[in-house]
Design a protein around this ligand. Sequence first.
Ligand SMILES: Cc1cc2nc3c(=O)[nH]c(=O)nc-3n(C[C@H](O)[C@H](O)[C@H](O)COP(=O)(O)OP(=O)(O)OC[C@H]3O[C@@H](n4cnc5c(N)ncnc54)[C@H](O)[C@@H]3O)c2cc1C
Length: 390
Amino acid sequence: MNERTRVAIVGAGPAGLLLAHLLDREGIASIVIDSRSREEIESTIRAGILEQGTVEILHETAASTRVLEAGTRHDGIELRFAGAGHRIDFAETVGRGVWLYPQHEVLKDLIAARLAAGQDLRFGVSAVALDDVETSRPRVIARGPGGERIEIEADVVIGADGSRGVTREAVTGPHGGFYREYPFAWFGVLCEAPPSADELIYSSSPDGFALISQRSPTVQRMYFQCDPDDDPAAYSESELWDVLQSRVPGTTLHEGPIFQRDVLRFRSFVAHQLRRGRAILVGDAAHTVPPTGAKGMNLAVADVVLLSDALRALLLEADERPLDAYPDRALERIWKAQHFSWWMTSMLHVAPDASPFDRARQLGELRSVVGSAHGRAYLAEAYTGWPLAR
Ligand SMILES: Cc1cc2nc3c(=O)[nH]c(=O)nc-3n(C[C@H](O)[C@H](O)[C@H](O)COP(=O)(O)OP(=O)(O)OC[C@H]3O[C@@H](n4cnc5c(N)ncnc54)[C@H](O)[C@@H]3O)c2cc1C
């Protein structure tokens, strides 16, 4: 089956769907394919914190009509260490905020908007390769739900298929990119309980890190630092609560039935190249960050905002310069976010081989941040997100 569109997008995650939405507003047609079903995409629990710029773009472009009413604005976080909590006040330091609004709710909104506009979005269709990407007629080779071969020819193909997709290697070749693995992971739980705190608590205890986050008045998301090889099924519920409680001294967590658990490995990755001819990478296909800085989904949105402008110039004005500039411009923010994610991770977690010196130095670093207006401002500025290039 051979088809033709202007922009072929592999992956219906936040990156692929938002790009399709922004292009549609410019009258640029696209086809989005995803190997998973709509139900699976809409029920996968991932990120939860949206930067202010992400919320603004979702709201202003009507990509999400619910984010402002169903999301919860947070004007700060707490850093907890050495027996005391220290609030980083975003509103006071940088006059910005973040929203708690889960990624799967963003995806429900984006999918609904795309289908309501009659746009082409196909579930259960897996890309297997990209072809002719160095020409002006690149193609996505895919398999449909029944195994049938589908070829989509376009002016540009977009790799928005996340960190395990097929487009990354088609763009970077075998050399991949810059890569770093961490000697710890997050054990994440979802539980039915009321919130234990009004804002997120990032707690660095001698036994390891914990993050107390929320999802709704009745469902909470919490994480604790664990070994990357830990088996999610190996802990009883009471053992999980004991670990969580011990990592947040000073707060009594509201406990409730745990209905989902997973181990999330930590990686940092930036592709050596974001573009090969007419194939371009965005979102997790281009980069991965450890989740401590809440940057993953927000970085995907920032890529897409930049790329949608470049594609508009190329496809409506035959001006290729913004697309030529896209990799370098995107990489500026990507590396800032990589640094922030690495910094939050290394400042708050306890490495398995940490010496007493390392731990004492880490507490000195935390005190430097919370005790300085400039330290608090840097954290607040990065966490709430640098302005989007619009
Ligand atoms: C378990 C988990 C927890 C996370 N928690 C956080 C967090 O707390 N905070 C945070 O900021 N970030 C978090 N992240 C990262 C965040 O979710 C990602 O940065 C974000 O989803 C990136 O969006 P994306 O659209 O680039 O990629 P994705 O959301 O990964 O979307 C890619 C899509 O491509 C599809 N796809 C893959 N291969 C193919 C193929 N061959 N053909 C067709 N379709 C394909 C996939 O099915 C998927 O729907 C988490 C990630 C994971 C995996």
